[in-house]
Structure formats: C-alpha cells, structure tokens
Design a protein around this ligand. Sequence first.
Ligand code: ATP
Ligand code: MG
Length: 327
Amino acid sequence: GLVALGNGLAFGFGAYLLRTGAITIGTIYLFFHYTEMLRRPLEQITRQMQELQRASASVARISDLFALRPTAEARDGSLPPGPLRVEFRGVTFAYESDEPVLRDLSFALSAGQILGLLGRTGSGKTTVGRLLARLYDPAAGAIHLDGRDIREVPLADLRSRVAVVTQDVQLFHAPVRDNLTFFDRGVPDERILAVLDDLGLRGWVARLPEGLDTILDPRATLSAGEAQLLAFARVFFKNPGLVILDEPSSRLDPVTERLIERAVAALLRDRTGIIIAHRLDTVQRADEIMILEAGQILESGPRAALAADPASRFARLLRAGLEEVLA
Ligand SMILES: Nc1ncnc2c1ncn2[C@@H]1O[C@H](COP(=O)(O)OP(=O)(O)OP(=O)(O)O)[C@@H](O)[C@H]1O
Ligand SMILES: [Mg+2]
C-alpha cells in the first residue's frame, strides 16, 4: 500500500519535473529502477524481523519449559528388580477438576501377570497408564507398585521401571541409534543391533543408507508398523518391571502384524504387563481382563473364565469382534 502510494507520488512529482524541464525521461526511469532495487531488500528485512520475533517467542517458551520443576516430587527408596505387582486403591482422577475420568478405581495385578485393558474410547484406559508413570497423581486413592505407594518412589527410578509404549510413537529427527536409546551414546552398537534383530528389524536397518547413523525423518521414513517396532525396541534398553502397551488401533499388514506379535511376546517376557488392546491376538495374551466404562470397572476377571461364560461382556465382545465394539 505504502509502496504504491510512494510510487504514485514519485510518478506525479516526476511528471511535474519533466514538464518544467528539470529532468529527462531517462532520469525518471532510473529513479523508478532504483526504488525497485531498494524495495526487495527492504521487504526481506521486514520478513526477517518477523521471523526473528517469532523465533524469540519460541525461545522464551522453551526456556519456560526448561524452568518447569515437577510437582510430583518423591521421597526415597527404589523398586526391586523383576516383574512388579500393581495395585490401584480407590483411585479417582480428573484432568480438569470437574468431571472425573477415573472413579474410585480399585484392582490388583500380580507380578508377572498380563492384564488386558478394554473399553470404549474415552473410558480412561490411557489415563491408567499415565497415572502409573506418574505423569499425573490421583486426586484420591493411591497406586502401589510392589506394595509401595508410587509417590514414595524416586521419579527417575519409577520411570526406569515402568515403560509406556503409547498409541502414537514420538520419533525424533535424529539418527536411528539416538531414537532408540534416547541419546544414550553409552549403548554399544552390538546391543542395538541385537535388539533390532530380536524384533525382526535387522533387514530394515540393513536397507538404511547409513545404518544406525541414518537420520530418521519421522514423517517420511517409517510405516506405522515400523514406528511401533522401534518404540518396542526402546523398552529393551531399559529393563522395566512393568510394561504398559497402548496399542494403536490402526490396521497393519499381516507380515508386520506377525512381527509385532513376536515383539509383544518378547516385550512381556518376565514382566508384568498391561495391554490396552485393540486386536484379538493381543487380547488372547492376557491372563486377566478388565473392561472399563466411564472410568469404572464394567467387568473383570481371568480371561479364560470370562471367555468361557457366554453371559459375560467379554464373551460378547469376542463374538461381536473387538473392532466393531471398541473402535
Ligand atoms: N490430557 C488431557 N486433558 C484433558 N482431558 C483428557 C486428557 N487426556 C484424556 N482426556 C479425557 O479423559 C477421558 C479418558 O481419556 P483416555 O485417553 O484415558 O481414554 P481411552 O480409554 O484411552 O480412549 P481411547 O480408546 O480413545 O484411547 C476422555 O474423556 C478424554 O477426553
Ligand atoms: Mg487411549
């Protein structure tokens, strides 16, 4: 707008000077040519100033994040090695203080057992996992691991003993090795390759142009199944006593499906497991079943017993097909 106005003024003034014979048409041309040359760099500077402003806002936001201190601080004493016993005691929890997402939830899972957690979307399944990793603390009640209130376990210890594989895998724009070990360069290549081997990802790494040093582009390089397998691989680099697997509901091809099946079996070996399952195969792995509805237990019990009782919700779910009911 301003430029157009300037051009207009210059044009008018130029016409006047030309009329009075002070300058030639060539001078006017030069005049416009020079303004044009000046305009582009000026625009670039403006754009860069805007970018600088946006960047400094981001830097401020990042330093705010770094300055955050966890409100969930812990006292001392660490968890024992091996599979962990899980217990929820009257847990009530709400994200925003109004409507509770979990209501007075109580259940126990013996060490080394696998719980299949089912329920409609929004019933609170993922929230159970988040509370176990202490991303939040319950508003009422307590969560115990191996008989200890998790609020009394140091957070770093808790997080190294409880692994959560989320529905959407977060990958970094970084080398494959760092994606797997969370930037722990102390993990030797042989160990990384051994884990990838176990998960059937050896061929995948072999095809990467620079092997473990290949930079992952989270959006381009991976299929959903591969991303899931990489997320599993991460778990093997810590040695958790409880694995919470929040299975994605997306469909995978049969080959990947089989790889995932094998990986899940390896993942849960000698560990307590909570699997939020969307597929029948994974559900069949569970020793116990718990169906949530609106943050409460709709039905729970040993999988085999529930499956054998034609009147149970679980048996009905199996008949109808999980995908239909839980999608
Ligand atoms: N970070 C959050 N902030 C506020 N509300 C949330 C948050 N995460 C989940 N909720 C709400 O809490 C309820 C339970 O969510 P949750 O993710 O535990 O359900 P879910 O059983 O895992 O569902 P799905 O099968 O879709 O994964 C939902 O109503 C959801 O909208
Ligand atoms: Mg969920």
